[in-house]
Ligand binder design. Structure first.
Ligand SMILES: C[S@@+](CC[C@H](N)C(=O)[O-])C[C@H]1O[C@@H](n2cnc3c(N)ncnc32)[C@H](O)[C@@H]1O
Length: 251
């Protein structure tokens, strides 16, 4: 199953398996002034609330849009202060000039930007912003770890494997900036890559890889076995690209 509903089908595992976003990212959003008490945030593709929680804790009010029923239910249970809309970003109600910030955490690649960007432009206040980020595996400057070699060996056997749509990772941030700015609704104000590491055990790797829409169950078992073979823990290197854009004054 390599589609957007994959996450919903594994909602509980998604919720416990995905690592949180780095503290430095939240600090940067606060330092820039986008994340502050009272700010009105529209979060698209909110999942179980991995990004919703820290935004609420920073004092923001959050309307969270999530099309997966199980994920939306988890989000509501975990973060009752958020208003949850069970909807795609494309279909979500977006009243004019109602939000200071729109946010998409590891989600923008699922949206039809031709539909969503004009809607966001309309729903943001005049000096509103759009912030897009994701957690991505692997820092290119770091030597390939034994675990990553095992992962590459698994994916290399896929034959006619078609990769999912590109996401704003280390190498394609520029392409994403193009996609987000070419229609003229938004212009970039800040781009940053946060690098960080996390130590994960066998069960965590099993959970985490289960959440990847392009990994099947046998491959996930193999990834977990690789961790066992390597002593039960592996250190994973992540990069979190953050793109902040401001709404252009075209109206
Ligand atoms: C990788 S998950 C990220 C979830 C959450 N933002 C996080 O950081 O953990 C991608 C999310 O986008 C949602 N999604 C997929 N297609 C979508 C769409 N067209 N509109 C809104 N959300 C969508 C999925 O249901 C899923 O919850």
């Amino acid at each position: 199953m390599s589609d957007a509903l994959h996450f919903n089908a594994h909602a509980a595992i998604y919720d416990r398996g995905r690592p949180p976003y780095p503290a430095a990212l939240w600090k940067r959003l606060q330092d820039i002034g986008l994340l502050r008490p009272g700010v009105r945030i529209l979060e698209l593709g909110a999942g179980s609330g991995l990004a919703t929680g820290p935004m609420l804790q920073a004092g923001a009010s959050v309307i969270a849009v999530e099309p997966g029923e199980a994920l939306a239910a988890l989000l509501h249970q975990r973060w009752p202060k958020a208003t949850v809309h069970l909807s795609t970003a494309e279909a979500a109600p977006m009243p004019a000039a109602s939000f200071d910030l729109a946010a998409a955490a590891t989600a923008i690649h699922w949206f039809n930007l031709d539909v969503v960007l004009p809607k966001l432009h309309r729903t943001l206040v005049r000096d509103g912003h759009l912030a897009v980020w994701r957690n991505a595996f692997g820092v290119p400057s770091i030597a390939v770890t034994p675990f990553r070699r095992r992962i590459t060996a698994i994916t290399a056997r896929r034959g006619d494997y078609a990769p999912p749509p590109p996401v704003p990772g280390e190498f394609d941030t520029d392409a994403w900036i193009d996609q987000l700015t070419s229609s003229g609704y938004f212009s970039t104000t800040h781009v940053e890559h946060f690098r960080w590491t996390i130590e994960l055990g066998t069960d965590q790797i099993h959970d985490l890889f289960t959440t990847f829409s392009n990994w099947n169950a046998a491959e996930v078992d193999e990834a977990a076995q690789a961790v066992n073979d390597l002593g039960g823990h592996v250190v994973e290197h992540y990069v979190t690209p953050l793109i902040i854009l401001k709404r252009t004054a075209t109206d």
